[in-house]
Design a protein around this ligand. Structure first.
Ligand code: UDP
Length: 253
């Protein structure tokens, strides 16, 4: 096969030029990073699991009418997606306090929030993705007020869908991050869910035991990350058949 043109390589994924204009191939790596890539490891099987899980969530979202970039899964590690113009924001939705919010406000992790809270970080690794108010987003032209209204509506639909799906398999959706992209259809611009939805970008707690089933397992050294993701995949009935993984992550840094 001819070598493909690499469009972009991120911490956990690579984007290649797709087979048709307006498409990309998204490749899921086994690399895990945390704390703005200060902590890194390769976790065998993670890419395969996230490819499957993101397919599962994106397909489910499309099924309830939420537009996403996902077109189809190509193989164990790759999926065909629509090329979008990424809005440079991490859109974070929280149902329970955890992580940076719990720290910032001195709250216990797991405290229920009075309503889902949406916050935005500006996507810039050098700056460590700083939290930004809507005022900055509009003033600097990253998105318009109308875009933000649409992004909030989209994020809340994703939240209700993911919360329900997770609840059905005994998992509490504490918080998550999505990215949103612009696509043009003739003269019309639409905002669609892009990037990935996987345990890398969600906080997922077992409802009975509180066991963490997300990237905090890696961030906080709580055990085997691939085991945790496999548990999520199993409960959702999304088990890739031949994933094997080592019990210990290989440290590459
Ligand atoms: N998140 C993410 N990518 C980021 C920052 C956050 O996927 O660059 C996800 C994270 O996994 C969690 C949610 O967004 O599910 C909220 O993260 P938080 O702001 O609490 O940051 P953290 O504590 O992870 O630094």
């Amino acid at each position: 096969m001819a070598r493909r043109k690499k469009i972009y390589e991120g911490k956990a994924k690579i984007l290649y030029e797709g087979p048709e204009p307006g498409t990309y191939v998204q490749y899921f790596k086994d690399d895990a990073t945390a704390y703005n890539a200060e902590k890194r490891a390769t976790i065998d099987g993670k890419g395969v699991l996230n490819n499957r899980l993101s397919e599962f969530f994106m397909t489910g979202l499309a099924g309830i009418g939420v537009p996403t970039h996902f077109i189809k899964r190509l193989n164990m590690r790759e999926q065909l997606i629509r090329a979008v113009e990424i809005i440079p924001l991490e859109v974070i939705v929280r149902n329970f306090a955890a992580g940076s919010m719990a720290k910032r406000l001195g709250m216990d992790e797991g405290t229920p929030l009075p309503r889902p809270i949406i916050e935005f970080s500006y996507k810039d690794d050098k700056l460590g993705d700083p939290l930004v108010p809507e005022e900055y987003i509009i003033a600097f032209g990253w998105a318009s007020q109308q875009d933000l209204d649409d992004i909030v509506a989209l994020a809340l639909r994703v939240n209700d869908f993911l919360s329900g799906v997770m609840h059905g398999v005994g998992i509490q959706l504490v918080d998550f991050k999505i990215e949103v992209g612009r696509v043009w259809e003739g003269d019309f611009m639409r905002l669609i869910v892009a990037d990935e939805i996987s345990p890398d970008s969600c906080r997922l707690w077992d409802k009975e035991t509180g066991r963490k089933l997300d990237k905090d397992v890696f961030r906080r050294d709580l055990g085997d990350l691939a085991d945790a993701y496999t548990e999520v995949a199993k409960r959702l009935g999304v088990m890739p058949s031949n994933v094997t993984h080592q019990t210990k992550p290989t440290l590459i840094n």
